[in-house]
Design a protein around this ligand. Structure first.
Ligand SMILES: *Cc1c(COP(=O)(O)O)cnc(C)c1O
Length: 496
């Protein structure tokens, strides 16, 4: 199967980067002009292509979809990379299962994105990077020291994706005592020599500031081949497009003249799968996950609406309901019970605003954000829904608990607090009976405290998690001090 028609190249939202290939974008963070890499043209797919893809397994589909973005990776190589990333060692088949929640609301379905090693959706993107980055490094005879800061899910997903991989080591800063027990154990239990856990005395912002300080020293960066795999990495976005295509295919299985419709007396009136549309609800923080959904919709996947759910840190709900983007300061960012959505600014939104305004208007209006701290696009507000299908809502702690209870009562199994934000907003805006997919961004076992608060009693701790919590922990405690961090990197970094 070969649906590539033309090469996809990448340019910067800020207009200052010559067209670049996927593999170069994969290894660089921000574009040289401070912007984000975006595909110069979004690849399109037809209804026929979607039907050709229907029989594929998840790893096979991933090679096809990512192949439209990574046109500089030979197709056979890409199939090997996705087979390794999404194989049975890391994800039980079918990788992304769909679970109907009709007992909660007719038409509601949960899309299981959290079956990977760290029980959160970030595994799906990071496991692809864990194959693709070593692949490109070895072709070029290079090494990479990945430096990052985490408040939980990103760091554990990155460490599990790169552990034991050749040519890469990971230095991950985390705030001492601020992660959940499971998040901490998923990281600190790793004994692989290329994984370095650094617990900083301070909060997440202190960790991030240390990373920024190192990154603003080009000489140190190149001497130690420092890189990043943060949420603005386009490789992560490309890998996330796959599950939107997969979820639509599985939701529309049997909708055609085939078995299910005919069996239920559909016969002549059976609708074609390509006219079968879905709404997708996405628990959102940095706008990375739902931006991939926006790309899938633009490519031609029949997605009607993208339902954006935020927690109390509702920068994005405010933007999609008023057109005004007003990032908060870190002081204004609340600590909530869906911590992986606690953001002060939504890093990936720049990519969407670039599309919304077009390159020229983007370059004249975006600087307003730097200048005033606010970007007023209220003149564009109607287009967010009409042209792009975005609707949004905010979920609070009480909503989250209620959604966990409601799903548990209807099905006997709870959902995690982030997914509960998605369910809350989906239930608020959904059209009863219309296929509405909620992305499950983490497993409930990863956030047991809030699940217990919702259900009134703790759930039994699964054996695998108990083992993790009891395992020997590998971590270095440091004060919030840049020179200590530099010394640690200098001592343990892989040398170019
Ligand atoms: C990272 C994360 C999110 C937010 O995803 P974005 O791509 O930043 O919008 C939501 N839920 C969970 C569990 C996460 O780990």
């Amino acid at each position: 199967m070969q649906h590539r028609t033309q090469d996809t190249s990448y340019i910067s939202t800020r207009g200052g980067m010559a067209p670049t290939g996927f593999l170069d974008v994969l290894l660089s963070g921000l574009a040289p002009d401070g912007g984000l890499a975006v595909p110069a043209a979004v690849p399109r797919i037809t209804a026929t292509t979607l039907e050709d893809w229907r029989p594929l397994s998840y790893p096979e589909l991933a090679a096809e979809v990512i192949g439209l973005y990574a046109t500089d990776i030979p197709a056979a190589d890409l199939r090997a990379l996705t087979a390794a990333a999404y194989g049975p060692e890391r994800f039980p088949a079918p990788v992304v299962p769909l679970r109907p929640l009709d007992d909660v609301a007719e038409g509601l379905t949960l899309v299981g994105l959290s079956e990977g090693p760290t029980m959160a959706f970030k595994d799906l993107a990071m496991q692809f990077l864990g194959q693709a980055i070593p692949y490109t490094l070895s072709r070029e005879g290079r090494v990479l020291n990945i430096l990052g800061a985490t408040s939980g899910d990103t760091g554990s997903a990155a460490e599990h994706a790169f552990r034991g991989r050749d040519g890469v080591s990971v230095f991950m800063l985390s705030p001492q005592g601020r992660m959940s027990d499971v998040q901490r154990a998923q990281m600190y239990s790793l004994a692989d020599p290329n994984i370095h856990n650094i617990a900083v005395e301070g909060v997440f912002d202190d960790c991030q500031n240390l990373v920024k300080a190192i990154n603003s020293d080009p000489a140190f960066k190149s001497r130690y081949a420092i890189g990043a795999v943060n949420s603005i990495n386009f490789g992560r976005i490309a890998a996330q497009v796959v599950y939107y295509v997969w979820a639509w295919l599985r939701a529309s299985d049997g909708v055609a003249g085939g078995d299910a419709a005919a069996g239920s007396g559909g016969g002549d009136s059976a609708i074609e799968p390509s006219s079968f549309r879905v709404d997708v609800a996405v628990p959102s923080g940095n706008f990375g996950n739902i931006y991939a959904g926006h790309l899938a919709r633009t490519m031609g996947v029949p997605i009607r609406r993208l339902i954006l759910a935020t927690n109390e840190n509702n920068v994005l709900d405010e933007f999609f309901s008023t057109g005004i983007y007003r990032p908060r300061s870190s002081v204004q960012t609340l600590a909530t019970s869906s911590p992986s959505m606690d953001i002060s600014k939504a890093s990936n939104l720049e990519r969407f605003v670039w599309t919304l305004l077009g390159p020229e208007e983007f370059q004249s209006r975006w600087p307003e954000l730097e200048r005033t701290g606010v970007l007023d696009l209220s003149d564009q507000q109607a287009r967010l829904d009409e042209d792009y299908g975005f609707v949004s809502g905010t979920s609070t702690h009480a909503d989250r608990l209620a959604a966990i209870r409601r799903v548990h009562e209807a099905t006997g199994t709870p959902i995690d607090p982030h997914t509960a934000d998605g369910v809350t907003v989906a239930l608020r805006v959904m059209e009863r009976g219309f296929p509405t997919l909620v992305l499950e961004t983490a497993r409930p076992e990863k956030f047991p405290e809030t699940v217990a608060e919702a259900l009134g009693a703790p759930r039994p701790v699964p054996e695998a998690i108990r083992r993790l919590l009891d395992a020997e922990q590998h971590v270095v405690d440091v004060p919030c001090d840049e020179s200590r961090l530099r010394a640690l990197i200098a001592a343990d970094a892989l040398r170019p």
